[in-house]
Design a binder for this molecule. Structure first.
Ligand SMILES: NC(=O)c1ccc[n+]([C@@H]2O[C@H](COP(=O)([O-])OP(=O)(O)OC[C@H]3O[C@@H](n4cnc5c(N)ncnc54)[C@H](OP(=O)(O)O)[C@@H]3O)[C@@H](O)[C@H]2O)c1
Length: 353
């Protein structure tokens, strides 16, 4: 404990982009922090990379530095492993961390497909460790407010349609074949990289249930496949009550507006602005002509909200989180599997028995 709040000691696996964003946020000083986070260890494919990462992102701190991942799993001062490797490595990294009896927060997409996720959750269940997919957007106060307004307070009435698009020109043509954004064996494609957020908003906007309590929509999907991975995906989710969610992603173009998601109901609509992964504000428009803009304070990028929730779960002895429970991760991956089945994107790992 520090200042009376729960302390969690993190071992960070990989020193790429997302790991840098994550640790930058965790060491921010925050007035409303619900937990205190220590970056206890950094593991990388090379000790030089791990050292350079710590010098850049954790100045004045003294994390243990390892030139591999195994020593992070074995470090008795580490409570939880944060996994920031490409999606295709998540299954192995999670299983290795679980074998060492560590708790785990693993980046999205949690695994390449639902089958891999079930294997990981089964292992976590056997060892009794906490594990969660790092679907950080669901923990934003903005997201929790939207969910409360539409599903609990029903301010826009009966929901009829949800639209969400995540488009980002990732300069794919200029990347080498070894890039995680180009290599299908590393999980390349717009769907698992950014389309997972469009799908998340489609699900959260359409239905108050998550995991086992969620309704199952029918899916109609198309993908544009180039060089063996999807550069664009569009899917329609049709719910039993007739609601539709239209979700899309592209890694070839940038968005045409800063409104990334619209939720339409019988009494008005909500426009959400920013990035689908990191929304900034939203505006509620009611049929009577009134409107209200909702703005939120967000120092840094907002990764500490999920990290605080994880710390509180672990302190309370829980092995899963109620905002992103295991069944929800599996459900999302089953829907992603179905979108890929219809759209044609495949990973070599899909064929493994
Ligand atoms: N939550 C978000 O908003 C968000 C944003 C971006 C990415 N992500 C997720 O985070 C994960 C990593 O994405 P990233 O953008 O951080 O990737 P990245 O910049 O390419 O970094 C990935 C890191 O993984 C390690 N690695 C191990 N084996 C590798 C291999 N065969 N090829 C490439 N890297 C390998 C490397 O670190 P070492 O050499 O240090 O071991 C590398 O720096 C993905 O699953 C992605 O979906 C999430």
């Amino acid at each position: 404990m520090s200042n009376g709040i729960t302390t969690l000691r993190w071992g960070v696996i990989a020193t790429g982009l997302i790991s840098s964003w994550f640790v930058d946020d965790l060491v921010l000083s925050r007035k409303d922090a619900k937990a205190y986070h220590i970056i206890q260890a950094i593991g990388s494919s090379s000790i030089e990379k791990a050292r350079a990462f710590a010098e850049k992102h954790l100045p004045g701190q003294n994390p243990a530095i390892y030139g591999n991942y195994d020593e992070v799993y074995a470090d008795s001062n580490v409570d939880i492993i944060y996994i920031g490797t490409p999606h295709a490595l998540h299954k192995k990294n999670c299983l290795d961390a679980i074998s060492a009896d560590k708790h785990v927060l693993c980046e999205k997409a949690f695994t390449l497909n639902a089958r891999e996720a079930r294997v990981v959750f089964e292992a976590a269940k056997k060892r009794g460790v906490f594990i969660m997919e790092a679907m950080w957007t669901r923990f934003y106060p903005l997201t929790r407010t939207v969910i409360s307004l539409i599903h609990e307070q029903r301010v826009i009435g009966d929901i009829q349609r949800v639209f969400c698009d995540f488009a980002m020109d990732q300069k794919i043509a200029s990347l080498g074949p070894e890039s995680r954004l180009k290599d299908p064996a590393l999980g390349a494609g717009s769907l698992l990289d950014i389309g997972i957020y469009s799908l998340t908003w489609g699900l959260l906007g359409s239905d108050s249930g998550i995991g086992a309590e969620a309704q199952t929509p029918e899916i109609a999907a198309k993908q544009t496949i180039q060089d063996g991975f999807d550069v664009a995906t569009s899917a329609i989710l049709l719910y039993p009550n007739g609601r539709q969610a239209i979700v899309s992603s592209s890694n070839l173009v940038n968005p045409k507006s800063n409104i990334i998601c619209t939720i339409q109901g019988s009494n008005g609509h909500i426009d959400i602005a920013g990035f689908p992964s990191a929304p900034e504000y939203f505006t509620l428009y009611l049929k009577d002509g009134s409107s209200k803009k909702y703005e939120f304070e967000r120092p840094g990028r907002g990764f500490y909200w999920e990290a605080d929730a994880v710390a509180l779960d672990i302190a309370a002895g829980r092995v899963q989180n109620q905002i992103m429970p295991w069944a929800e991760t599996v459900r999302v991956l089953e829907l992603l599997d179905e979108i890929r089945r219809q759209g044609g994107a495949k990973f070599p790992q899909d064929e493994v028995a």
